[in-house]
Design a protein around this ligand. Structure first.
Ligand code: GLU
Length: 390
């Protein structure tokens, strides 16, 4: 059949995290018993003070366009969040708001990439990073990592990969899909390399910063290596931390020229983030944060349940992730039986568990489990996975 879509669109594949989740939802609607561990979405209810703020905004008539880059109230609340939670002190002029972190990443890359530019992405990576880069007409340069190295790139590896065409490095800590979390000294070493290459911009995707298990302060590049802070774009939001995925609000802090460029593009794409969602996000950033401690402990219990369960299944293994709510399961010993990780994912779906194959993330021979589900479901999912591969 003729493909009537653009050459740019033909370069990319649909998001496999959302595709697998839609598939699990469709099977459930048909009456199948499916435990969906495919999407990265906290199962906790959105905090009541956030819901109340969103309702109050609607009642007050905040249902119209807002400024392109977000309301003054949310920019102020986001600046507070960057300073308090990430240690990044920026004026509101260096903050912008988008419809989810994903849209901010999309706009930042589209606003800066030209054909022939190279973008360095540590792999396993979040599904959408390489697709957005390809859509923009630039080249993906994969920086492989492995479980033995904590799924983190090294400064030496970065130095070797940089060329005169390198435009961006995409860093994600804690990372999706591995939970990899960069300590301060490794970010400082990475910053030292980047200081020698002034053309390279850095995306620091810190959306999972509140979900860390090892204790200690969150380390982020703009703080650890201030010498390059004027070319670091830090991405954050409320989706993961405040269980507000459906609100679609992402916040970024970065150099003024880049913020302006992103807003220029946003003025022609969505126009502005949802007014009601922005009111909810103000309450999220300015309201109580103490529930996060409880959520983090519940995630920790779930992580230990899933990782312990997986490591007890012959042929499967998973390191213990330091952050976020994903674990990356290695199933290489089973590949002689299943062929590849997509076939294994289908087998698991047949047994009632939806996960995402590692190949969707630029990995291989394994799968990602999102453990943002309740304990009983997770325990049952581990039982089904064991049965599926037995
Ligand atoms: N970021 C989450 C995930 O990786 C949500 C789905 C998506 O946008 O990819 O599952």
């Amino acid at each position: 059949m003729t493909d009537n879509t653009s050459i740019a669109l033909q370069r990319i594949a649909p998001s496999q995290t959302t595709a697998m989740t839609d598939r699990a939802t469709a099977l459930k609607a048909e009456g199948r018993d499916i435990i969906s561990l495919s999407v990265g979405e906290p199962d906790f209810a959105t905090p009541p003070h956030v819901i109340a703020a969103a309702k109050a905004a609607m009642d007050a008539g905040d249902t119209k366009y807002t400024p392109v880059g977000g309301t003054a109230a949310l920019k102020k609340a986001a600046a507070l969040h960057f300073a308090r939670d990430l240690g990044i002190e920026v004026p509101v002029s260096q903050v912008t708001i988008s419809a989810g972190g994903k849209q901010a990443i999309f706009h930042a890359l589209l606003a800066t990439l030209d054909p022939g530019d190279e973008v360095l992405i540590p792999a396993p990576w979040w599904v959408s990073y390489p697709e957005i880069v390809r859509f923009a007409g630039a080249e993906v340069v994969k920086l492989p990592t492995d479980a033995a190295g904590g799924f983190r790139i090294t400064a030496a590896q970065l130095e070797q990969a940089i060329t005169p065409r390198t435009r961006w490095l995409l860093l994600n800590s804690p990372g999706n899909p591995t939970g990899a979390t960069y300590p301060a000294e490794e970010l400082q070493a990475i910053g030292e390399v980047l200081a020698r290459h002034p053309r390279v911009l850095v995306m620091s995707d810190d959306i999972y910063a509140p979900i860390r298990y090892s204790g200690g302060a969150h380390a982020t590049l703009a703080v650890e290596y201030p010498g390059i802070a004027d070319r670091v774009l830090t991405v954050s939001g409320v989706s993961k931390s405040h269980a507000m995925t459906g609100f679609r609000i992402g916040v970024v802090a970065g150099p003024r020229w880049l913020i302006q460029a992103m807003e220029k593009l946003q003025s022609h794409s969505s126009g502005n983030p949802s007014s009601v969602s922005q009111a909810g996000a103000v309450a999220a950033f300015e309201g109580p944060q103490d529930f996060l401690l409880d959520w983090r402990e519940r995630f920790r219990t779930r992580r230990d349940l899933v990782v312990g369960g997986i490591n007890a299944i012959p042929g499967l293994s998973s390191p213990v992730p330091d952050g976020a709510f994903y674990c990356m399961v290695d199933a290489a010993p089973l590949m002689s039986r299943f062929g590849n990780d997509e076939a294994l994912a289908l087998q698991l779906l047949e047994h009632g568990v939806a996960i995402v194959p590692a190949s969707a993330f630029g990995g291989a021979d394994g799968f990602r489990i999102s453990f943002a589900a309740d304990d009983a479901q997770l325990a049952e999912a581990v039982r089904r996975i064991a049965a599926a591969v037995a």
